[in-house]
Design a protein around this ligand. Structure first.
Ligand SMILES: Cc1cc2nc3c(=O)[nH]c(=O)nc-3n(C[C@H](O)[C@H](O)[C@H](O)COP(=O)(O)OP(=O)(O)OC[C@H]3O[C@@H](n4cnc5c(N)ncnc54)[C@H](O)[C@@H]3O)c2cc1C
Length: 362
């Protein structure tokens, strides 16, 4: 009998954990290493609604669109319940004069993304009926939008992985120490990929970006019935179950690896949101805590994933939309390892755009 190939995954965020659960255990003996300091997935806001993005990168949009369309399969495969993912709908709050153009964009995008669902222009009163925390401001409602609780998703998938017999180890790993033990290693370490690959002579186009968001504990019992609100500016409002209302998030390029919550973030987020709220102080006076995580960005803001050499595969650079693209990237990598089929050229530039051998880059 053939021995099972030994695979290590380094990084247990949304890519690594999804990939681990999709790997074929008849072929692979899987070990996942994770040390979750600054992990983006568990700090994230949870918005799954990429369709009205104004980003011009077509490959990114294709990936984000297909990532959102992948959710029904993900829900089915891993039996995600309402405490993890909800198709809540998304409200997009913009000045009244911009709404018609946005509706045109939504109609156009819906032609290739029917999962976007119904598109409705709402009056101020209708917006408030959907989400009473808001002022009476006109909006667009996209019924296919959803919210994913990143932390709950990882906890659920960790359980499934343990049941499948995968080995999960809480440990910070460095290369090349681990190389000899495994046939294949997949690096899904967020912005840390840069440091992991440095001792092997690779230069990676990646930078960390600090993100902070506020989690208010309110007594609003109906919160799970509310849609997500994408406000105009830095802050979005994401209601979850049991009165948990998220307000986030900051995009701090100068704070790099710093994971301290700051008073400035509270001020920035609340100031940015207050003009949209019916009674801002009522929310801001509730008990809250701050979540902090590090996003990974490339110079062109696009993710990358694939095979770096015979032994190593990589995935990173998901930026601020990695809850949307991450599960699908994890699935595509697992599908490749399980079947040998690569279905990802349409989604990204060549890996060499982002990862160079240091000697060749001088
Ligand atoms: C505040 C905030 C809000 C966000 N909101 C949204 C949103 O609303 N919608 C959306 O789509 N996306 C959102 N994102 C983006 C999304 O969370 C990320 O793009 C995505 O989670 C990245 O997943 P990942 O698996 O690549 O990395 P991560 O989730 O960061 O996981 C990488 C893991 O690898 C571990 N690791 C690193 N190095 C090592 C090592 N040497 N050994 C062991 N373990 C290691 C890390 O500690 C971490 O646990 C948000 C991000 C932040 C920070």
């Amino acid at each position: 009998m053939n021995r099972l190939k030994k695979i290590a995954i380094i990084g247990g965020g949304i890519i690594g954990m999804t990939l681990a659960n999709y790997l074929d255990t008849n072929k692979y003996n899987v070990t996942l290493f994770d040390e979750p300091t600054g992990q983006a997935t568990s700090a994230s806001a949870g918005i799954i609604s990429p369709w009205l993005s104004k980003r011009r990168n077509q490959k990114w949009y294709q990936l984000a669109k297909d990532g959102a369309a992948f959710f029904p399969k993900l829900i089915q495969d891993f039996q995600l319940d309402d405490t993890i993912y909800q198709k809540s709908g998304t409200l997009i709050i913009r000045p009244a004069e911009k709404l018609d153009d946005l509706i045109d964009l939504a109609e156009q995008r819906k032609l290739s993304a029917p999962e976007l669902g119904q598109i409705e222009k709402l009056s101020g009163e209708q917006t408030q009926l959907e989400l009473p925390l808001l002022k009476a401001l006109p909006s667009i409602k996209i019924s296919g939008g959803g919210r994913l609780d990143g932390k709950a998703y990882l906890a659920h998938l960790k359980n499934l992985a343990e049941k499948k017999g995968l080995t999960l180890i809480k440990k910070r790993v460095s290369l090349p120490e681990q190389l000899e033990e495994f046939d294949q290693i997949i690096l899904t370490a967020g912005p840390h990929l840069k440091n992991l690959l440095a001792p092997l002579g690779y230069k990676v186009d990646l930078r960390p970006q600090k993100g902070q968001l506020l989690v208010f504990d309110t007594s609003i019992k109906m919160s799970s019935n509310y849609p997500v609100a994408m406000l105009d500016g830095e802050a979005d409002l994401i209601p979850f179950m049991n009165g948990k209302i998220l307000l986030g998030a900051t995009h701090e390029n100068d704070a790099a690896w710093n994971l301290e919550p700051t008073r400035e973030a509270f001020t920035q987020l609340t100031q940015s949101a207050e003009k949209f709220l019916a009674d801002p102080q009522r929310l801001f006076n509730q008990p809250y805590h701050v979540r902090v995580g590090s996003r990974a960005y490339t110079s062109d803001f696009a993710p990358f994933f694939g095979q770096l050499n015979e032994q190593l595969l990589v995935a990173s650079g998901l930026g601020s939309s990695g809850l949307t693209t991450g599960p699908y990237i994890g699935y595509l990598l697992a599908h490749y390892l399980n079947t040998g089929q690569k279905n990802w050229a349409i989604y990204q530039n060549e890996l060499a755009t982002y990862i160079k051998e240091a000697a060749l880059d001088s």
